[in-house]
Design a binder for this molecule. Structure first.
Ligand SMILES: NC(=O)C1=CN([C@@H]2O[C@H](COP(=O)(O)OP(=O)(O)OC[C@H]3O[C@@H](n4cnc5c(N)ncnc54)[C@H](O)[C@@H]3O)[C@@H](O)[C@H]2O)C=CC1
Ligand SMILES: O=C(O)[C@@H]1CCC=N1
Length: 267
């Protein structure tokens, strides 16, 4: 079942990434609606994508699938605005960290199918990871629709909602950790006397190469790392320093903290 009309409500960074991906994937702008809080933002979206910005109430009435992408802190207010206008049977997909399907179901008309999705910004280059979990009224048909929409901008994976906060910490926030790593490695290159642009180029290509091997080689990351780590060579000196600085433990702590924050946002 392909929806006739999809609305993205609260079209900020992730909403725009999804919208742009849907358009690249062949969705006609006439089947897409967007809502934005600020008129300048609405005008920007119309100009950039040729989509129609509408008030939230109108989106709720005229789109058969609603994708909600405000900040978690703004979700309750958005739902209050939408509830009187959401006809029975509308599929509601939430892209917000932490917010549970139960939170949304309680505020919308009884029986509304709700799906929670955690995507990430690589949707901008069709390399998103989107983790999909159904609420109590979402059927296989609804899930297939979410797969279709989010599958257009990358990979999708279905997980039980109990694992969404962990997924948010890993793949939702994940790109930020890699960008942070690139920043830190660039600083190291500067420290070693390389020009910033050259250091950046070396690191980005190393990252792209490593990511492609991780995805395509079928090898375990430990094997891939061991293949780089020559006995008595350079890499093991670096690895020793990373272990001395407890970088592995820092990642575990960091990702646990992100998971905890996702839980807090939904509480
Ligand atoms: N940025 C990211 O990498 C990811 C973000 N998310 C989730 O996506 C959501 C949005 O995050 P961002 O796009 O980064 O934030 P953002 O702040 O760029 O976008 C949210 C947008 O919602 C709009 N908005 C809020 N209330 C509204 C209302 N009542 N009516 C119309 N528009 C309204 C805001 O004006 C803003 O433009 C969050 O819930 C976040 O947890 C999920 C995965 C990745
Ligand atoms: O930082 C955040 O809260 C959002 C959710 C996942 C990625 N960005």
């Amino acid at each position: 079942m392909t929806p006739q009309k999809v609305a993205v409500l609260g079209t900020g960074k992730i909403g725009e990434a999804l919208l742009s991906g849907m358009l690249r994937g062949g969705w006609s702008p006439s089947r897409l609606l967007v809502t934005a809080r600020r008129p300048e933002r609405a005008a920007e979206l119309r100009e950039r994508y040729g989509v129609e910005p509408v008030p939230n109430a109108e989106a709720a009435k005229s789109a058969d699938t609603l994708i909600l992408t405000p900040k978690p802190q703004d979700m309750a207010a958005l739902l209050d605005e939408l509830t009187p206008h959401v006809p029975a049977g509308r599929l509601v997909i939430s892209g917000a960290a932490g917010i549970t399907t139960g939170f949304i179901e309680q505020r919308l008309p009884e029986g509304t199918p709700v799906i929670r999705v955690m995507a990430n910004t690589p949707a901008l280059v069709d390399e998103a990871m989107s983790v999909i979990s159904p609420g109590v009224h979402a059927t296989e048909t609804h899930l297939a629709l979410a797969d279709e929409i989010f599958g257009g901008v990358g990979k999708t994976l279905r997980l039980p909602e109990s694992q969404q906060d962990a997924a948010t910490a890993l793949s939702g926030s994940g790109p930020a950790y890699f960008f942070f790593l690139v920043e830190a490695m660039t600083d190291a290159g500067i420290q070693l006397g390389l020009p910033r642009d050259k250091a950046h180029e070396l690191i980005v290509q190393a990252a792209v190469g490593a990511a492609t091997m991780l995805r395509d080689s079928g090898e375990h990351p430990v094997t891939l790392r061991e293949n780089v780590t020559s006995p008595g060579g350079t890499t093991i000196n670096a690895i020793r320093e990373l272990e001395n600085h407890r970088v592995r433990a820092a990642f575990i702590d960091a990702i646990e903290a992100a998971r905890d924050r996702s839980r807090e946002l939904g509480a």
